[in-house]
Design a protein around this ligand. Structure first.
Ligand code: ZNH
Length: 145
């Protein structure tokens, strides 16, 4: 369900992504903007304020893990649902993460990408990236249906 142009846009945006740095940015933004999302991460230690969140090495590592999974999707655009089948099951049945939070993570990721790309993040690029993220969120939410 992708046009060649959409695939090219996703690939060219995604190759600019630094999984560790941008994953960290996105996860920090999630925790700071939507503080209740921190509740799933009690094992991460001190996330009591912005400085603690940004300096927390577990937050940093987990940001890379999450973007690493999205990286797999970016390289398997025609197979995103299958790519996320196990992860969806883990989030639904083991971690019990409210899938609303996947959408919120998608929103902060769009902001991280927009900040990174600046003027190159045109409305049409945004449209394609929003579609990509929506497909990722949908695939991750699959085990909840
Ligand atoms: Zn998640 C985990 C992905 C979102 C919560 N995750 C995880 C992992 C991965 C992911 C890959 C690992 C797994 C294993 O180990 O096996 N995520 C992901 C993605 C996304 C996400 C791709 C997008 C959207 N998550 C999310 C959110 C939340 C979460 C939003 C909430 C808020 N996760 C989680 C948790 C975990 C995970 C809690 C576990 C962690 C630890 O380490 O413990």
């Amino acid at each position: 369900h992708w046009t060649a142009e959409e695939k090219a846009t996703i690939t060219s945006v995604w190759e600019k992504v630094d999984l560790e740095h941008d994953g960290h940015d996105a996860l920090c933004r999630l925790f700071i903007t939507y503080p209740w999302t921190q509740r799933y991460f009690s094992s991460f230690g001190n996330v009591s304020n912005e400085t603690a969140i940004v300096g927390n090495s577990k937050v940093q590592a987990h940001g890379k893990t999450v973007l690493g999974a999205i990286d797999k999707a970016a390289h398997n655009l025609d197979n995103i649902k299958a790519t996320f089948r196990d992860l969806s099951d883990i989030h639904a049945n083991k971690l019990h993460v409210d899938p609303e939070n996947f959408r919120r993570f998608g929103e902060v990721l769009v902001i991280v990408l927009a900040t990174k790309l600046g003027l190159a993040f045109t409305p049409s690029v945004q449209g394609v990236i929003e579609k990509f993220i929506a497909v990722v969120v949908d695939a991750l939410s699959h085990s909840y249906y």
